[in-house]
Design a binder for this molecule. Structure first.
Ligand SMILES: C[S@@+](CC[C@H](N)C(=O)[O-])C[C@H]1O[C@@H](n2cnc3c(N)ncnc32)[C@H](O)[C@@H]1O
Length: 389
């Protein structure tokens, strides 16, 4: 495919998404119908679509409208590609620019438009990030890096770097966690690599790893991952020698790949159904990686920021408090309870912890830490609580 044909394809997919179609469905539907497209074409089209969704508001301003065509004109302008070179009416390319399109578009206005956030969310976002808000929003317009977690139960970070390099995947250590690598070259080869298939590495953002690394893990502990989902954190916990890890989720189906992932990593994770959890006794450490807005990972899943509504946000805040109240009860008397989110919004983070502490005087805060995209990974938050003795 020519670069211009990729632009036209992205326009068609963006229009499908604009009409309410889910992003992945629109992309996989196109890929299935388009056997002529090679892997580089698919990757380029996918990148165009995600680049636009991340920056939809500011690109609509630059491109002069919010159709797929206007958004791609905006993307060309932002990335310094002359729109005339792409909109050239060659076979499979977009039609030539009209006079109105050529003259249209303007610089995005400071605030939520330039930051690519909905108006209603801007006050919460800017209050949460303070003087880092505009810079963080700018970073959120870019692609997320690819991070790996080295399974330190099986190999060292240095050995993993060597093994991956031998398979054409260049990585460097990431400063946020002693287990973390950033892929510099060859990210698309990770899934097919021996290092991945044999469980020496997992795909996991460095901030998720930093959360696990911040926890007071000791050999002999029973640890519960109360909101285990796909099990990323449960597996990172299980890489710690002598820690007995249990995984639970209100939607047990979300944990369906966990046994296979654990077997690949040669890690032991006991999956508990909600009924089994009630019979499982107390735990030395309970982690609740709660459902949240996902604002810290909107670079990876950018559709989330446009789908979030004030009502859904309020619902999440309520669920988070319920999760803290329920999950903390599984902590033994001298144990610790950790609350985490992949959000950079204070209402979901310190706001929830304070709401819990206000209602539960028997608990106190040990520490809390927030990472933002400016630290080079997803935005994340963790707070460690214990009972007042
Ligand atoms: C942020 S995701 C967890 C991600 C996971 N810890 C990981 O690292 O891959 C939040 C999970 O919480 C679960 N969840 C939502 N409400 C819950 C509740 N009331 N009790 C337990 N789990 C809940 C969701 O099903 C979802 O899988």
């Amino acid at each position: 495919m020519t670069p211009a044909a990729r632009v036209q394809t992205a326009i068609t997919i963006l229009d499908e998404i604009g009409a309410g179609g889910p992003v992945e469905k629109a992309l996989t539907g196109w890929a299935r119908r388009s056997r002529y497209a090679g892997s580089k074409d698919r990757a380029a089209v996918r990148d165009h679509v995600f680049d636009v969704i991340r920056q939809r508001r500011s690109l609509a301003a630059l491109g002069g409208g919010d159709s797929g065509r206007h958004l791609m004109i905006g993307l060309c302008r932002r990335t310094g590609v002359s729109p005339e070179d792409m909109f050239n009416a060659a076979p499979h390319a977009p039609a030539e620019l009209s006079d109105a399109e050529r003259a249209g578009g303007r610089a995005p206005l400071d605030g939520p438009e330039a930051a690519d956030l909905p108006d209603w969310l801007w006050p919460e976002f800017s209050a949460s990030l303070g003087d880092k808000a505009a810079k963080a929003a700018q970073v959120m317009q870019t692609r997320a890096p690819v991070h790996l977690r080295v399974n330190v139960a099986r190999t060292s970070r240095e050995r993993a770097i060597e093994k991956l390099a031998a398979e054409g995947i260049d990585c460097s250590p990431h400063p946020m966690a002693s287990t973390a690598l950033e892929v510099v070259e060859g990210a698309r080869r990770v899934h097919q690599s021996e290092a991945y298939k044999s469980g020496l590495i997992e795909l996991q953002d460095a901030a998720s790893q930093a959360v696990v690394e911040s926890l007071p893990l000791e050999p002999g502990m029973r640890v519960l991952d109360y909101c285990a989902g796909g099990g990323g954190k449960a597996l990172a916990l299980a890489a710690h020698a002598g820690v007995d890890v249990f995984a639970h989720d209100i939607a047990p189906k979300r944990m369906r790949d966990l046994p296979e992932r654990a077997s690949r990593a040669k890690a032991k994770v006991t999956v508990l159904s909600p009924g089994e959890l009630d019979q499982a006794g107390k735990f030395d450490l309970v982690l609740a990686d709660a459902p949240c807005s996902g604002s810290g990972s909107w670079r990876r899943a950018p559709a989330g920021k446009w789908q979030l509504t004030p009502a859904r946000f309020e619902e999440l805040l309520e669920t988070q408090l319920q999760v803290i109240e329920k999950a903390s009860q599984f902590t033994c008397a001298d144990g610790a309870f950790a609350y985490a989110t992949c959000s950079s919004l204070s209402a979901e983070n310190s706001g929830r912890v304070n709401a819990f502490l206000d209602k539960n005087s028997g608990w106190e805060l040990g520490f809390s830490q927030a990472w933002t995209v400016l630290d080079g990974a997803d935005g994340f938050f963790v707070a460690l609580l214990s009972r007042v003795l």
